[in-house]
Design a protein around this ligand. Structure first.
Ligand SMILES: [Zn+2]
Length: 158
């Protein structure tokens, strides 16, 4: 909800302009292709700081996020994600699994599956960034109640 910055091409990138993940060759750069799943391709990252680290890329077309998929596509993509996670867990036996679907830099639906180990270099923390969080935003109870009501109405439409 922040105002667009000058020169920000976010809207175009969100629509797919220059999207690296729409191009299988670019999507696979720095990664090893593991398999094509129902709606996605699973890649193993070459950087194995976190053994088994994979990325699952939705590959039917450009879509910025889950909200851009049909119900059937969403269900299939999430099933692919679960299947990939089971495979990673089976092969690497991590202590925990992180799922990251950010899309802040590349707004094309993809999920990072990051196996975590009690002896990994950032155990207990996200693998990216150590910047302190911004200060908490105080929100009135009335505003919070309005947001809860809005979410409830939206859930009824789904
Ligand atoms: Zn794309």
């Amino acid at each position: 909800m922040s105002p667009a910055r000058a020169g920000d091409d976010w809207a175009a990138r969100k629509r797919g302009a220059g999207c690296a993940l729409c191009d299988p060759e670019r999507a696979g750069a720095g990664r090893m292709r593991v398999a094509a799943l129902r709606t996605s391709t699973l890649y193993l990252e070459r950087d194995q700081t976190y053994p088994g680290y994979c990325v699952l890329v939705f590959d039917r077309r450009h879509a910025a996020g889950l909200e851009a998929l049909s119900e059937a596509e969403r269900s299939d993509f999430l099933a692919d994600l679960a299947r990939a996670a089971l495979a990673v867990a089976d092969c690497f036996a991590p202590d925990h699994m992180n799922y990251a679907m950010l899309g802040n830099m590349v707004p094309h639906l993809h999920a990072h599956l990051i196996p975590r180990y009690r002896d990994d270099p950032r155990w207990g923390r996200p693998i990216w960034g150590d910047a302190p969080p911004p200060p908490a935003v105080a929100t009135s109870d009335a505003e919070l109640a309005g947001r809860v009501e809005g979410l409830r109405r939206a859930l009824e439409k789904t």
